[in-house]
Design a protein around this ligand. Structure first.
Ligand code: COA
Length: 338
């Protein structure tokens, strides 16, 4: 049975059951990825940025003879932002190829259409059945990134310490657990607005204005995702010349996610990228002792960033693709194929 579902008032048993399905999917499709934990799972599913909405549906098995609710074996949610709905769908590996994935997408697509949105975007992991699934539904590939993973057990910490000091004169490198301090928010947002080396895809827009940045940090905290920031301050002007952001999610605290890394155009060529990333890893080593890996996403054309990541020891792992589809066409196609 598929029904609309609100994680804010779902039972703890439902949240736990959805987590079991997510972990079964990970074990099947991405066996190297750490399983997720239950901590803050409800908040992860429920919290959104101001102005955004997430609508979810679940597929739940029939209740047992004693009335115990059945497990949640499928899930879809769509995040409505700007003019696009960003979709995520999961089907338990034991139930695949039975049409449930298609059904879940149709539920979400109909709502996105009714809400007046034009397109649906989705992130699809290379080398998993989701590629053939979305292509069969008419989604087109827009953008491909490479996910790379750094295994911290292989890091040469002495060399990293050296890299972290290799920044030109006139810059001051600072570490800020939790996010940039309020007095630097405006300069930080300016650095993000001016230029960015995109380390994450178009479906995860960056925050350029100070209020949006505050909202986005606040939302991360509410979802159980702890941001860490290293920035290079240009001493003469007080401007943020470079920044790098890593998030440690409480749901999988052994593997952190690299977010944006930016070196502002005028400040390139002074070793800032390498130094701030090295400093971040050194700081994380003491701030998050359970951390064993960091993952990052890079555009395949971003050679400078790929070079620094390779020096740090990141190894390419998988393709990470963005697909999109026109909502009206998708609804039409799915309705006609029933
Ligand atoms: C992608 C996913 C949702 C598909 O669910 P599903 O219920 O198996 O999909 P459906 O049965 O509705 O399949 C619809 C069509 O997609 C295509 N398709 C789906 N899986 C496929 C596969 N493994 N190989 C080839 N085609 C496939 C087929 O055309 C299929 O139609 P058919 O079975 O009539 O030939 C499911 O595999 C899944 O949950 N994957 C994980 C998604 C994810 O988010 N991963 C990220 C974290 S790991």
């Amino acid at each position: 049975m598929v029904r609309e579902w609100d994680p804010r008032n779902a039972s703890s048993a439902e949240i736990a059951s959805l987590l079991d399905t997510l972990n079964a999917v990970l074990a099947t499709d991405l066996p190297q990825d750490p399983p997720w934990r239950e901590t803050c799972m409800r908040e992860y599913l429920a919290e959104v940025m101001p102005g955004e909405r997430r609508i979810s549906w679940v597929a739940q098995a029939e209740p047992a003879a004693d009335g115990t609710p059945g497990p949640i074996l499928g899930h879809v949610h769509v995040l409505l932002l700007g003019s696009i709905g960003v979709l995520e769908v999961l089907v338990h590996p034991t139930l695949r190829r039975g049409g449930l994935g298609r059904d879940l997408v149709l539920r979400a697509a109909r709502r996105v259409y009714q809400e007046g949105f034009e397109s649906i975007g989705v992130e699809v992991v290379g080398g998993t059945p989701a590629i053939a699934f979305y292509e069969s539904l008419g989604f087109a590939r827009e953008y491909v990134e490479t996910r790379s993973v750094l295994d911290l057990s292989g890091v040469d910490w002495a060399e990293l310490a050296e890299m972290s000091t290799g920044v030109g004169a006139g810059y001051h490198v600072q570490f800020h657990p939790g996010g940039p301090p309020d007095e630097l928010i405006e300069a930080y947002a300016r650095a993000k607005a001016e230029i960015r080396d995109v380390e994450d895809g178009e479906l995860r827009p960056s925050s350029y204005d100070p209020q949006r940045l505050r909202d986005s940090l606040d939302c991360l905290h509410r979802r159980g995702m702890k941001p860490y920031i290293v920035l290079a301050l240009h001493e003469q002007t007080g401007e943020v010349a470079g920044l790098t952001e890593v998030v440690v999610p409480v749901q999988h605290p052994t593997r952190a996610d690299q977010y944006d890394t930016i070196v502002v155009q005028d400040h390139r060529g002074y070793g800032i990228d390498r130094a701030i990333k090295a400093r971040m890893l050194l700081e994380l080593r003491s701030a998050e002792p359970q951390l064993t890996e960091v993952q990052t996403w890079n555009a395949q054309a971003n050679e400078a960033m790929l070079k620094v990541n390779a020096e740090l020891g990141y190894l390419p792992d998988r393709e990470w693709c963005e697909y999109s589809v026109d909502v009206a066409e998708l609804v039409h196609r799915l309705d006609n194929s029933r």
